[in-house]
Design a protein around this ligand. Structure first.
Ligand SMILES: Cc1cc2nc3c(=O)[nH]c(=O)nc-3n(C[C@H](O)[C@H](O)[C@H](O)COP(=O)(O)O)c2cc1C
Length: 174
């Protein structure tokens, strides 16, 4: 599958087959994530791959997600950005973004690599921003400074969601 096709085929998949994802496939996803570009090549992303029933039950006990289907996903990838990954230099107002914004920006680029690679490998994914951040940090004892914009669920799709509409090119050009 080429990149164009992967972009076109990617959908938010929220229903998965009850089928395990092999460690080799997870490694492929993480390899795509790690190869992304980032400011200063700081690579601020940190991922936690959640596959065990025990960890999923812990998340459920703590009411971390708003939507129940998330707990039933074969893999839940917790996506974190570390604002301290960047070299500390002089901060020029208007030119340098705050460290949290940089971490979010670079994490998103890395995550989308992961998502497109998942599509290529026949896997379905969904970004889930409805995550209780303080709670998930507490459950996994993560540093307070981490930014956690979303988790990504992964699994073999149980259905093929319809394509959702997007703006036309003219509508996104300034
Ligand atoms: C950053 C981000 C956060 C999202 N959070 C959620 C979420 O919490 N729950 C959910 O069901 N879908 C979530 N989505 C999926 C969007 O609803 C979905 O991408 C959008 O409706 C377009 O549908 P499509 O991805 O199938 O094209 C999120 C997507 C992104 C990019």
């Amino acid at each position: 599958m080429d990149v164009k096709k992967a972009i076109e085929e990617t959908r938010s998949v929220r229903q998965y087959q009850d089928k395990e994802i092999s460690e080799d496939l997870i490694k492929e996803l993480m390899d795509a994530a790690r190869l992304a570009p980032s400011g200063n090549n700081a690579q601020p992303w940190k991922y936690k791959v959640i596959t065990s029933d025990k960890e999923k039950a812990l998340l459920k006990e703590n009411n971390v997600f708003k939507q129940d289907w998330v707990y039933n996903s074969p893999v839940i990838i917790l996506c974190c950005g570390d604002p301290e990954a960047y070299p500390k230099g002089e901060f020029e107002e208007g030119l340098d973004d705050p460290y949290e914004a940089r971490a979010l920006r670079d994490l998103a680029i890395s995550s989308q690599n992961l998502v497109l690679r998942a599509t290529e490998l026949g896997l379905g994914t969904c970004y889930v921003g409805w995550v209780n951040k303080p709670k998930i940090k507490k459950v996994f004892e993560l540093p307070e400074r981490y930014v956690i914009p979303y988790v990504i669920t992964v699994g073999y799709p149980a259905d093929k969601p319809k394509q959702k509409s997007r703006k036309n090119i003219e509508d996104i050009l300034l």
